[in-house]
Ligand binder design. Structure first.
Ligand code: ADP
Ligand code: ZN
Length: 638
C-alpha cells in the first residue's frame, strides 16, 4: 500500500478506527523522513508507529529486535493482517533465509526483522545494501543504555545504521522511561535531534496490589482461584529453585503452569514460551529471564512472589499484563524476609561502591512503594516524572486505605533492644529473636542466651508478632535498621540515633486487615461485563480460535484478540459487512475468518445451542465455588 494514507492502512489492514495518543504524529514524522524517539508504556501501541510508515513508504522497513525467539510470531502476526513480513536470523533454515533475502532485494517485503548482532556480519550488511530501505526501527531501545537493566552490547553497534544510511529515517522505541535512560538512548543512537514522543506511563486497566506476605504459595493459589481462574498470567520468582517449586505446586493444585528460567535447556525454554503464547489460560512461572518482548495481549495478571529489585523492573514486569486494555491485576506479596534478603544481597555483592549505591537506591524506591499509605499509581507515575496525579481508585491503597500510626515508641523499644544486645552482650540477632524478647517469650533460645534478664524483655506486648514484623520491615525500609552478614542480623544505622534520642518521629503503616479482592467496583477502565448469553458466545469463539490457532500453529491472539472476540460476542453481527466494522477485524482477517465467525455465531443462537454451551468462565462472585478447595502440597524429591 505504498503511498496510501496511514489512517486508511489502520482501517483496512488493522481494522482499527482511529489512532491512539501520539501514533498519528509519530507516523507522519517518519513518513516525512524524520527521526523519532518514542517512549510509551507496554501496550501503548508502539508497533503500529513503525509498521504503518514501513507499509506506506517505498522500500522495506528494517526492524531491529533482540528477541530472536519471537520473530516468527511477530512475522506471523503481520502476515495474518496481510502485511508482507519476513525475518533473517541464525535459527532459520537455509532455504527460508534465501527466500526472505530475495524478497528483500526485490522490494517485495514491507518489514524485515533482524537481530542486532546480525549487523556485525558482512553478509547482512551486503544484503541490506542490495535493497531499498524505507526506515530503521530499533525496538527495545533501552538495551543500548549501559546502566539500564537490560544492556546488550550488540546494541552499541547500531550507530552504524546512521553512518551508512544517513538519509533513512530511524525510530527508536522503548517502554523504559527514566530521564537518564532516555538521554542515554538519544546519545548512543545518535538521535539527539530526533523528535521525542513521551506518552503517559499510566496503565489504567492494571490494578496494582501489594499484600503482606504470609504463606506466599497459599496466597497465590487463593488469588488465582478467586480472581483469575483459567486466565493466562505470569508469576515471577527470584530463584530458579522457587520457580520449579511454585510451578509444581500450581500444577498439583490443578493450575496449568509451566516453568521458565535460565537454568532450563534452550529447547524446554522455547517450548514453554511457545505454549504460553499459543495456548489460552496458561500460567508461566518464571525468573525475570522471561518476558521481554512477549506481546501476548491477554495476560490477565502478573504476580510477584518476591520483591523486585527496582521500580523500573517492577513496572516493566507488571506492564506485561493487560496489553489489550482489559482489566488486569499486578499482585505482589512482600514481607520482612524480602527486605532482609535484598539488603543482604547488596551488602555482600562484589560490585563497586557506586554500583552498590545505585542498587540500594533502586531498592529504597521499591520499598517506599511497598510501604506507602497513599495511592500506588500516583507514586509509580511520580517516579517516572509524572507528578500531580489524582488517587486512582484502582489500587489496593485506594480501595482499602491502610492507616498509619505514630510508631516512635515502638521503634525506640526495638532499636534499644538492638543497642542493648550490642552494648551489654556484644551480640547481634535477627528479627525473630528480637521480637521474642520484646513479647517476653521464654523460648529455648531466649533462655539459653539469658535474654529474659534484659531490661527490655517483655516491654513490647502492645503489638502482636505480625505487627512487630511489620515494624522491623518498615524500619529496614526506612534505613533505621541495617542487615548484616550471612545470618541477616540486625544493627543500628546512623539514622537510628535520631529516633533513640527522640529527635525523629517514625510513622508506621498498619496493614489493612482484609486485602481487597477482585476488581474495583468502578475501576477507570473496566471492560463492560459480558451479558448472560454473550458469555457463552465468547467461550465458543475462544474455542474456535484455539482450534484454528493450533491448526495454523500460530498464537491465538494472532487470529483475533480477546477484546475483538468480546465485541463480536456482544454485537452478534449477522453479515460480513457488520463483522468488518468491529474493531480489530481488518480486510485480510475478514476474508479469511469472517464466514467461520458468522458460523460460530449462528450455532450459538438460542434455538441451536444452550445445552451444549460450555461452562461460563468464573466471575468475581463465584468465590464460594472454590471456598472448600484445599491446598495440596506436591511431593518433593529433595
Ligand atoms: P506496545 O508495543 O507499545 O507494547 P503494541 O504495539 O503491542 O504495544 O499494542 C498494544 C495493543 O494495542 C495491541 O493489541 C494493538 O493491536 C492495539 N492497538 C495499537 N494501536 C491501536 C489503535 N490505534 N486502535 C486500537 N488498538 C490498537
Ligand atoms: Zn490508587
Amino acid at each position: 500500500m505504498v503511498g496510501a494514507e496511514p489512517v486508511e492502512v489502520l482501517r483496512r489492514l488493522f481494522g482499527y478506527d482511529t489512532f491512539r495518543g501520539q501514533q498519528a504524529e509519530i507516523i507522519s514524522t517518519l513518513v516525512d523522513g524524520g527521526d523519532a524517539l518514542v517512549l510509551m508504556p507496554t501496550g501503548g501501541g508502539k508497533s503500529l508507529c513503525y509498521q504503518i510508515p514501513a507499509i506506506v513508504r517505498p522500500g522495506v522497513g528494517v526492524v531491529i529486535s533482540p528477541l530472536i525467539a519471537l520473530m516468527q510470531d511477530q512475522v506471523d502476526a503481520m502476515r495474518a493482517l496481510g502485511v508482507r513480513a519476513g525475518f533473517v536470523n541464525s535459527t532459520q533454515e537455509w532455504a527460508e533465509r534465501r527466500d526472505t533475502e530475495e524478497a528483500f532485494t526485490r522490494g517485495e517485503l514491507d518489514l524485515l526483522y533482524l537481530a542486532p548482532e546480525a549487523l556485525g556480519s558482512v553478509n547482512t550488511m551486503r544484503l541490506l545494501e542490495r535493497g531499498r530501505i524505507s526506515l530503521f526501527a530499533i525496538d527495545e531501545a533501552h538495551c543500548v543504555a549501559q546502566w539500564g537493566h537490560d544492556f546488550r552490547p550488540d546494541y552499541l553497534g547500531l550507530s552504524v545504521l546512521h553512518e551508512r544510511w544517513p538519509d533513512v529515517p530511524r525510530i527508536a522505541l522503548t517502554a523504559t522511561a527514566t530521564t537518564a535512560t532516555r538521554d542515554e538512548i538519544a546519545t548512543r543512537l545518535n538521535l539527539t535531534d530526533a523528535k521525542r514522543f513521551v506518552a503517559s506511563f499510566d496503565r489504567p486497566n492494571i490494578q496494582y496490589r501489594i499484600v503482606p506476605k504470609k504463606s506466599p504459595t497459599t496466597q497465590l493459589l487463593d488469588f488465582l482461584r478467586t480472581e483469575h481462574k483459567d486466565d493466562a498470567g505470569i508469576v515471577y520468582c527470584l530463584s530458579r529453585a522457587s520457580v520449579e517449586r511454585t510451578a509444581e505446586l500450581l500444577v498439583t493444585n490443578g493450575v496449568a503452569a509451566l516453568p521458565y528460567h535460565a537454568g532450563l535447556d534452550a529447547r524446554t525454554r522455547a517450548a514453554n514460551q511457545s505454549r504460553f503464547l499459543r495456548e489460552d489460560g496458561l500460567v508461566m512461572v518464571a525468573t525475570i529471564a522471561f518476558g521481554m518482548g512477549i506481546d501476548k495481549p491477554d495476560v490477565r495478571f502478573v504476580a510477584h512472589l518476591d520483591l523486585p529489585k527496582s521500580v523500573e523492573g517492577y513496572y516493566q514486569e507488571t506492564g506485561r499484563a493487560g496489553r489489550d486494555g482489559l482489566p488486569s491485576t499486578a499482585w505482589l506479596a512482600y514481607g520482612l524476609q524480602d527486605v532482609v534478603q535484598q539488603r543482604k544481597m547488596i551488602e555482600t555483592s562484589d560490585a563497586d561502591r557506586n554500583r552498590r549505591r545505585a542498587l540500594a537506591q533502586h531498592l529504597d524506591a521499591m520499598l517506599a512503594l511497598c510501604e506507602t499509605v497513599t495511592c500506588r499509581r500516583v507514586q509509580l507515575l511520580a517516579y517516572f516524572g509524572e507528578a500531580d496525579g489524582e488517587p486512582c481508585a484502582n489500587c489496593d491503597t485506594c480501595l482499602t486505605p491502610p492507616s498509619s500510626f505514630d510508631g516512635t515508641i515502638a521503634a525506640q523499644k526495638l532499636l534499644s533492644t538492638v543497642l542493648r544486645l550490642d552494648r551489654e552482650r556484644n551480640q547481634r540477632f535477627g528479627a525473630g529473636q528480637l521480637i521474642d524478647i520484646l513479647l517476653g517469650r521464654s523460648t529455648d533460645k531466649v533462655t539459653r542466651f539469658r535474654h529474659d534478664q534484659l531490661s527490655v524483655f517483655g516491654i513490647g506486648t502492645e503489638l502482636s508478632e505480625a505487627e512487630w514484623r511489620g515494624a522491623v520491615r518498615q524500619l529496614l525500609a526506612q534505613g533505621l535498621l541495617a542487615v548484616e552478614g550471612d545470618y541477616g542480623t540486625l544493627s543500628l544505622t546512623d539514622a537510628s540515633r535520631s529516633v533513640l534520642s527522640k529527635e525523629r518521629q517514625v510513622m508506621l503503616r498498619r496493614d489493612p486487615v482484609k486485602a481487597p479482592r477482585a476488581a474495583a467496583k468502578t475501576p477507570k477502565a473496566a471492560a463492560p461485563a459480558l451479558a448472560g448469553e454473550a458469555v457463552g458466545t465468547f467461550e465458543r469463539l475462544r474455542a474456535w480460535r484455539a482450534a484454528t490457532a493450533k491448526e495454523q500453529s500460530v498464537p491465538a491472539y494472532v487470529i483475533f484478540h480477546d477484546a475483538t472476540l468480546r465485541q463480536i460476542a456482544t454485537d452478534e453481527p449477522h453479515t460480513l459487512a457488520e463483522l468488518g466494522r468491529i474493531s480489530g477485524v481488518g480486510e485480510n482477517k475478514l476474508a479469511k475468518y469472517g464466514q467461520q465467525v458468522l458460523d460460530v455465531l449462528a450455532e450459538s443462537m438460542p434455538t441451536a445451542a444452550p445445552a451444549a454451551a460450555p461452562k461460563p468462565r468464573s466471575t468475581a462472585d463465584d468465590d464460594d465455588l472454590w471456598g472448600d478447595e484445599e491446598l495440596v502440597e506436591p511431593d518433593y524429591d529433595d
